[in-house]
Write a protein of this length. Sequence first.
Length: 335
Amino acid sequence: MHEKTSNQLIPKVVHSSLESLHLPFIQKEQPNYETICTILQQFEHHFLDRQANPIWETSNSQEYIEETSFANRNAIDWLTKLIASPLDWINVDLQREEIIERAAKCIAAACGKVASGPIIRDWSFPAPPGSNKPITLKIRDSTLLDDDVGFKTWGAAYLLAKRCTSGQAMPLDKIQSTSILEIGTGTGLVGLTCAMIGCPSVLLTDYHLNVLSNVAYNVNLNQLQNIVKVEKLDWKEVANGVKQELQQNFDIIVGADIVYEVAHANWISKVIKQYMKKDGIFYLMVPLRPTHTLEIELFERCMEEQGFFLQYRQDQQGLDDFIGIQNYRYYEFRY
Ligand SMILES: C[S@@+](CC[C@H](N)C(=O)[O-])C[C@H]1O[C@@H](n2cnc3c(N)ncnc32)[C@H](O)[C@@H]1O
């Protein structure tokens, strides 16, 4: 295994107009309805437009990121105080309700949550090497129901999809000539991107029924029905030997942000062992959440115990709309 040093990929947050915005003290200044609406409009522009057109791109300006993140935090703080306030100096009930509803939507969007039902986001990646056609996809992030964390696209998926389009993960000619399995697909960004690059056959899998129906929607949205199939695959069932087998094994398996519970480490290592062809590769991107270091350590150990060889690993920074800036780890495992 060789490990490259971080390539200085630093996320560039969407440009922010929030720094110059004057935010009145809620209780002390008691801003009137019109003033609040003017501020809410700017927040809507900032958070909701950003949600529809996420730019989780990288740049070299750490200072810029910190400033922008600070502005976002200030905004969320102000919106939270606004919602918590009785707003009793605004006499019209409907106006108070409108303020609360708009502020809640902005907070939800700022935290990466879909505020009012599903949202369709546009994703784009530069043209892969040897092509002059940028990759563009539409991905529906559904509404969070129960425990389906696959309701939204996560930062790891963006980073892995980007590696796929740039040839920084599997070689492009390999993508274009083999079948790919994605596990824990969520909204499907990684697998669908592989299909857009020219992979002839992609199987997107997850265990959650809401997630599966949403990702099937995304397959249709991008008119990839002839290339991409969707199936249920529950890691726990595979690991426990419950009969639930895919029809084939794969040269390439991909996964993004799929190791966040202790049990995942064991289950996923067994899933990969079961469905990877000899000489296949598993490409994985995970966030290094400070709260989940144990899970990642355990996962690395389980992969080793299952006989996998870590051919490449690289840490990098990335950004998403749920947590902001975060460290990520990219892996290539061979058997
Ligand atoms: C944090 S989300 C990541 C989704 C997507 N890969 C992304 O990065 O945007 C984790 C995904 O793993 C799926 N998942 C969790 N437990 C699973 C299991 N036992 N079997 C299969 N999929 C599972 C969830 O439904 C969810 O879609």
